[in-house]
Ligand binder design. Structure first.
Ligand code: FE2
Length: 333
């Protein structure tokens, strides 16, 4: 029965995609399962084909290719992410922005996301007395911060996403969270190895807002595991589950495990179709922002975001209005 369901969900994926394309509706659970099972079965090839069909292709002429329009070489960054699965830019945001966000979050509410902390209500975070491995801030509070707005409307980030995805990108996830020390790695807080699979293609941007050494939960990634067949069948056949250090040790060379310690202000760009995790913390605490751009919204549930007009700079309102496809999940209140 399990195998029939597995095969059926792969066979039905084109039907779900047709319904999504034609009627702009989807069944999130069935759509996501069809993406996951297609990935497990094909090692990513089927997902890449679906992405080609679903994305809004960006046109690049030799002139429009955004090489060296500022201090970043977008084609180089894109090639590096294609090859390794990640790219790092140190000092991407200033220490003033880091300090400002650390002040802004004092007013914000959030919720714990941890194996042993189940609370439905939102609350303020007390760094001196954390109640779980991970505390997520609420998006509606986050978006009132000019620092967050500076990042989600940052033209360099949009350009990196566009050149890498070869598509007009859509901003679909914004998350900021604290991670704090725990005895063991927390599954709910994504501290075990896993791959993401909510969409056909996407790129994640992680901004470190605290210094992060080997004790304070550095992000880890298996280099090259984002590619088609980058995760071997032996691991894929386990399904969409969290994987252990032993699974990684038995299937990848140790030199492929990359650990990203970083100073605050660092930007880590990553294709999280590859295997990754945030290591669990032994000491200190880590504040990390995650912003995701995708090629299309087929797959998992996505949040609608609203931003208060009074909190926005005019240039951000202009950027949002001029890039309505990219910010289609956003409304100005
Ligand atoms: Fe993840």
């Amino acid at each position: 029965m399990k195998y029939i369901k597995f095969i059926l969900s792969i066979i039905c994926a084109p039907i779900y995609i047709f319904i999504f394309k034609a009627f702009k509706v989807q069944s999130n659970k069935l759509s996501v399962h069809s993406l996951i099972n297609s990935y497990i079965f094909s090692g990513g090839c089927i997902n890449s084909a679906y992405d080609f069909f679903l994305r809004k292709h960006a046109r690049f002429s030799k002139k429009s290719i955004s090489k060296h329009v500022d201090d970043l070489d977008y084609e180089f960054i894109s090639k590096q992410i294609n090859k390794n699965g990640y790219f790092i830019i140190k000092n991407f945001i200033s220490q003033d922005m880091v300090n400002q966000l650390n002040l802004d979050i004092a007013k914000m509410n959030g919720k714990y996301v941890s194996d042993n902390t189940v609370r439905s209500y939102s609350e303020k975070f007390d760094l001196s007395n954390p109640q779980g491995a991970r505390f997520n801030y609420l998006a509606e509070d986050l978006l009132s911060s000019r620092v967050i707005q500076d990042i989600i409307f940052n033209q360099k980030i949009i350009e990196i996403a566009k050149v890498y995805l070869r598509a007009i990108p859509i901003l679909d996830i914004i998350n900021l969270w604290w991670s704090t020390p725990t005895k063991n790695p927390d599954k709910e807080a994504a501290q075990w190895w896993h791959f993401d699979m909510d969409r056909t293609n996407w790129l994640k941007f992680f901004v470190y807002f605290t210094d992060c050494d080997s004790n304070s939960g550095p992000h880890q990634f298996i280099e090259g595991s984002h590619k088609n067949f980058g995760i071997p069948w032996k691991l894929r056949k386990k399904g969409y589950v969290r994987l252990s250090d032993e699974d990684i040790r038995l299937n990848f060379n140790a030199n492929k495990v990359k650990t990203f310690t970083a100073n605050s202000g660092t930007l880590l760009i990553e294709n999280t179709r590859g295997l990754h995790r945030g290591q669990h913390l032994k000491k200190n605490s880590r504040l990390l922002l995650q912003v995701e751009f995708t090629t299309n919204l087929f797959g998992g549930h996505f949040d609608k975001y609203s931003i208060k007009r009074s909190s926005m700079k005019n240039k951000f309102i202009k950027t949002l209005n001029e890039n309505q496809f990219t910010y289609q999940n956003f409304e100005i209140k």
